[in-house]
Design a protein around this ligand. Sequence first.
Ligand code: G3P
Ligand code: MG
Length: 243
Amino acid sequence: MKTIIYAHRGASKLAPENTMPAFELAYKMGAEGIETDVQLTKDNVPVLIHDENVRRTTNGTGFLLDYTLAELKQLDAGSWFSDQYRGTSIPTLHEFLQWVQDKHIKINLELKNNIIDYKDLEKIVYDHLEAFNLLDRTVISSFNSASIHQVGLIDESVTTGFLTSQKIKDLIDFAKDQGARGLHIKYRMLNPSIVKEAHLNNLYVAVYTVNRPIQLRRCFRLSCDAIFTDVPNIAKQTRDMLS
Ligand code: G3P
Ligand code: MG
């Protein structure tokens, strides 16, 4: 089985992360999936941004949850990256799914609720996916294990991935107990036995964030099911050269 290449926050090395230009570029580069991070505005609208604070990736300051959507849309989410992207705004989940709808591409929505526990984020995201009929090509992931469990309670057929950056005790049993279908692990956790054990337990393995060809090759050779990369063009080239 070919390792699926997900563009991490879009093609985020070459365009501002988690913006429509980064998603469009990832699609043009032939990424097979797009990973993006979901949080809620003050008025409960799901939007795509990685940090809880808007400072790093916009020209604003303060916490996302203190902004209404209308206020958030005034912020520039492109000029911090380069002048070329001035005027780019933070996308809503709705805008993203509308764009995804007619494209042949998978999505991974990472619920960013490990620091701020956004009320009903799971259900809000689920309802969006259902409305766009995109549940069958979506993975929902989170570092928050309770959230993974919650998605399963809403609809047990949804593919969920438990994200972790650390080797926790009995990781595989823990992930299965939450109802996860896969492990989304940090690259430094990768070794042949974690892949083997996960596969024996019917869990898939996805690895983040893999940008260097030497690391990409290792993921492909170890039969990881998916990788997340800021450089989908390099990941594709690297995978093509192995096959
Ligand atoms: O979903 C994989 C990866 O995005 C998790 O870490 O911090 O980049 O969202 P982070
Ligand atoms: Mg993420």
